[in-house]
Each structure stands twice: as structure tokens, then as C-alpha cells.
Ligand binder design. Sequence first.
Ligand SMILES: [Zn+2]
Length: 787
Amino acid sequence: MSLTLHEARARAAVLSGISYDLALDVTSPEDFRSRTVIRFTTTGGGTFLELHRAEKLDVTLDGSTVTPVYDGSRIPLDDLAPGRHEVVVDARLRYVTDGEGLHTFTDPADGERYVGGYLGLDITQRLFACFDQLDLKAPITLTVEADPAWTVLSNGLATGPGTFAPTPPIACDLFVVAAGPFHSVRWEYAGMPMGWHARRSLAAELDRDAAELRRITEICYDHFGRIFTEPFPFGSYDQVFVPELNWGAQENPGCVTFNEFLLPRGRVTDDDRRRRAMVIAHEMSHMWFGDLVSPVWWEDAWLNESFADYMGFEVAETAAGYTGTRVSFEAVHKPGAYDADRRRSTHAVAPASEHVPDVATATTIFDQISYGKGNAALRQLVTWLGEEDFLAGVNAYLTAHRFGNATLEDLLSALDAASPRDVRGWAEVWLRRPGHDTIRVTRRDGVPVLTRDGVRPHRFTVTAYTPNLEPAGSRLVDLGDEPLALPDWSGLIVVPNAHGETFARLDLDPWSLDALTGGLTGVPDPLVRAVLWPALLDRDPLRLLAGQLPHEPSPTLITAALGRTRDHLIRRRLPAADVPGALAVIAAACVSAAGQDEQRAVALAGGLAWSTTDTDLLRRWLAADATDQGLTLDPHRRWALLHRLAELGGIEAPQIEAEQQRDGTADGVLGALTVLAARPTASAKAQAWAAMTEDPGISGRRFRALAAGFWSPSQRELVAPYIPAYVAAAPTLAGRGSAFAAEVGRAFPALTLTDEEHALVRDALHSGVPTVLKRHWNDELDDRTGH
Ligand SMILES: [Zn+2]
């Protein structure tokens, strides 16, 4: 049962002074022991602890054994006298393989076992008995009994093997424990113990990147130390690549977990490095935004994620020296936020608490509105207020609510006091209302005129170009209710929001549009091209790709343009009959663009790997373990080529088995599942479908790997019978938990559906579907049909 806002408010009103002493025993591979001593003060009456599916449960209250009516999710504590109490909950729980609890993973590379609680909404209660809500912060003191050869990592400062000092008060959803034979790189910086950790079989990759990871960590630490007046809030800072994390990373106080895709095997491209630096900065900024000060309830998740997203890109670009990070935000993340803001599920960046009535609904709020759009709104706020006033307000807010909880109103009060501008009016239109404005360019006798459709004030850069796209000027403008004429730029092409300072769609005049579609790569500034690529791709994608992709110098923009074309055009919108022609255009553009630059060649080979129909080319590259440009194939690029070869019917099961042996890692297991599922035969599809739907314990990762191979726009006839089967099976599959429900939602058929197939999904939605799956399906329908 998911906690409701009403229940959370009632519990917070009566409880205070909470602390947890938690003892975990993970020595058995079968199940684990979780013993928690919970101390708290109450004003009296009944309340409850959450604990999910405990076995052998023993509970004592103030020293006496009690036998509560335990329903598998809550331990009621009835008729408590006002004052201080101590509850001891001792239980055994099962490990999980889907991340929703204490996760267990055995490394196929070396047989080593790792266990970890990588928690989050409604998951902490699957590890220990707690008051599982954001505004009941508490110090947590942890001891862990584990194999003495293992390393145990957690939020608190380590005081010995498996023992930790009490944390400062933290929200219990951000508790973390990670245990196993980790390979570690440890050091001390500014008196603070720091470390990077990865599983033992990734030791070479961690050592390869350790100097860079350490350098980024120190730069971010120094940078945040400069801009924030509150000191770093925790006693140590560990960063751990953990197996099978359900998210990109998680901001646990003092001990951040990272998805292992951020520590790639083989080549680390510049884009990989930028993204990783951005994530490191993002997570460290959470030590202040989210950890030191946390929301009261989930409607203010944006106070965590929008700030961290903004800080992540800014700090990686400006402080850590990863130039081009903002280009990837404009080209990849912001288009996703515009898409999200056009769906029925869009919401205000800062919704009202009533719109998030329970934790199950809150799981759907970690979307591109809370990240990308919120980031863009904050960037506009900084542009509009100036950085000095912005930081003054932010610092006052952090200090006023340190180790506590706060709301939008608290932030606005602090910003209002720091700035002469109308921050509340700004927030009303930018944070409280869903949707976005459009900035339009029209011509009056050749003079460009900017107008705004919408309600928000905007401050942004406009750049002007000659008809052959040479830069002719650039200026910062304010645009509101009144049209803005630019008479000195008569006869020039103009691009509003050229540096992406605001969040608004662009509607350029037909003349500028045509010139840019025909010559986009002539625009010298990659940030301006990053703004333009997605805007132009939405209009005439194949003409743009055929003409401009071969000349695009930025690997980031090549990858972004190809990814958007695949995910939106090929897999969602293009009728099946038109798919082969479109793939041919894309493959030809990738081939003709080949050149000497390695990073570009990697990006183009990535596009060719899903668009080519040339099985000889794929076989030649695989046999040489290199492309025709001489680029060696990294393991995951090798799997991408095998995926396409299988889709085209060019590889059989024994060869796939041999590739898995050759790879020898957990990634190889998943890669083989995808490739097996991609083969264009009825029996391959039947086997994959059975594996996805008949094993009730299948991990989210295996399910995702199978789905990635299963659906193919090139195999429409073969997979068509499984579209109704998916619609019928998904609601039951999604009943396992919100993380798995999200996997089921992401496994939506990755090909354009017919009107009848859309109707099937709509009918199923009317007859009731779990919250998380419903959100995915409605979003899919909106993206495909423009609702
Ligand atoms: Zn975050």
C-alpha cells in the first residue's frame, strides 16, 4: 500500500525526534536479517511503521514483546502514550533482483556476489522498518555483518569494517548500503575521506579513469564550496558504480551510487566523459539540494531534480572544463522536455501537493518536466535575476532549512528577499503552470519581428546570419507581451534563443527555415546548431539528415540527431511501408559522412549499426573487430552490430552463444538475450516472448534486454500478433512493483502502430492499469498520435 499525502501529514504531526539503529546480516545468500531499533517521541495515539514482506517478525515496544496485526506492509503501533518510545523490529527478508529491496547480484565474470540497498520511494521499507516519508528525517546508525573480505559502504563515516557513525538527520529514502568485494580508489581531500568504487571485475576500467574521476570530484567539491555558504553537509564522500542500478545515479548523502554504464568497457568517448562529469556534478549538488534540505512531500521533487540538473550541466561545462555539455543538453535533453510538456501527463514544474496524492503517483513525477524543463526554467531565472541574486536567495534558503525540509514557498521567500524583481510573478507563470510559449519570427518588409505566443517573460540571445549563414550579430533581448522588431537586421536570418537561455518552441519564418534546413552545418557555433537541429528535425527530418549529417562536425549533434530520428520517426511515427526507404537515406548519410575524426566516426558507426541492410558490411566489421575506418569495436558497439545482423537474419543461435562466451560479462549475457530475440523467425519470437512473460521472477534488466531485441520496425508482420498479447499481459506483469512496471511500460512495441492497435491500448487503459504503466502508455499514445 502506497503512503498517501494525508497519512504522511497525520504522521508528521504527531512524531518527532526519530532515530534508527540498524543492524543488517547479509552473510547468508538465501535471505538477510534486518534488526532496527527505532526511537521516537509522539504526542500520543496510534501510528505505524512500514516494513514490506517480512518473515520471522519479532517486535518489542518499550521492552515488551508485542504481536501487532502485520499485513505484510505496515506494523501498527496503537494507543501510544505521549512521550518517548523505543520499538525493536527484528525480521528476515528476501533479497531481490529488481532493485526494489536489498538487491543481490552475482558477477558472471568471476562468480563474486554483491548486495546493495539502492533505495528510493517506497523501497526503504523493503530493507528495514521505518517511517518511510521525506519529512521524518532521522540519524541512522548502521552495522553490517558480512563476509570479512568484503567492503561495506554506506552514508555514514565508516568507523570500522561494517560499522558506521550516525548520519546527520537524513530522509530514509536516501539510505544506502553496498557490500561486496569492491575495487576501491580512496584518498583524502580537504580533510574529507573520499573514494571511488566498482566491482572487482571492473577494476581495470576504474583504474583507467580514476585520475579523471578524482579530478572532477575535487573540482566540484571546491566549486560548490565557493558558491554555497553551507559547508559540505556529510562526513565522507564515496562514489560507487553498483551493478544493476535502476537509475543513472542516486544522491545518497555521503555515498552516491552510479549506474555502471558510466564506466564503459573499451573506448570512453568525449560524450561519455561529458555525461559522466555532468552526473558527478548533479549528484554532488544534491548533497545540498535534496539531502541537506529536502522537500516536505513529493510535489516539490523539482526542488531536488531541477536544481541538480541545472547545476550538473552548468558545473560540468564551466567549472570542470567539459565544454559542449550544454550542447548535449540543448540537443538531447531539452527536446525530450518539450515532448513531455506537450503530453496530457505534463504538469507544472512545481505542482500543487494535491496533484501528488500518494507515493505511487510521485514515482511518475521523476520525468523530463522535473529534470529538463525545470533545469531550463532555472537557467531562465538565473538569466533574468542575475547569478548573484539567485545564489544569495538559494543560500539563505539552504541555511534556513539545513537538515530539515522546505517547500516552493520557502524558496520563493528567500529569492524574493534577495532580488528587486517580481520573483513570485515569475514563479506563477514559469513554475506553477504547465505548457510553454512559442517564440515566432515574422517579417515586416524584410524586418524580422519577434512575438511571443504565451504568458511568460523571456530573456535570451538572438543571433543574426547573412543569407549564406555567416554570423552578422548577436544580442540579449527581453520579450514579453509586445512584439520586438529588429530593423537593423533587415534581410538577415535570425535565430531567437540561440544559446538556449529560455524554454520556448521556435517558429521561424519560412525564409530562415529554408536557408537553415539547406545549410545548417554552415552555422559555426555548435550551441546554436544544437538549438536548431531538433527544431528542424521535427519538420523535414530526411531532407535535413541527407543534406546536413555528412557535414556536421559535432559528434554530439550527430548522435543526437540520429537518436531522435530512430526513437521518434522510425519507431513511433513512420508507416511501416516507408521504413525501408528512410533507413536507406540514413545509412547513406552515415556512410558518406565518414572521415578521419575518431569521435565522429564512432557517432556515425552508431547510426549505421541500426540503419544498414548490408549484412556483408556488418560481417566484415565483426570479423575484423573493427570498422572500415579502423575503429576497434567496443563491447557494446559489437553487440549493437550483432543486434542488427540478427534483425536481418544474418546470425544463428550457436554464433550468438559464442559471442556471449567471448564477452564473458553481465553485459554479454544481456547482449545475447537481445540478439537472440531479434532474429526474424516465429520460433525466436515465441521463445523471447515466453522468457519475458512466463518467468515471474525475471529481472528488470533481462526483461528490458529481451524487449529491445523483440520489437523491430523491420519485422512488423512477424511481431504484429504480439501487440495485442503485450496489451493483454502488461497490466499483470506491471503488478510486481513500480520499477518493473516502468520496464513493462518501456517495453511498449517499438514500431508504428495502426489505428486499431492504438484503440486496443486505449480500451485497456479504460479497464484499469497500474499507475506507472498507465503513465507510460498514455505518453506513448500522445507521442505517436499527437493526441
Ligand atoms: Zn538527481
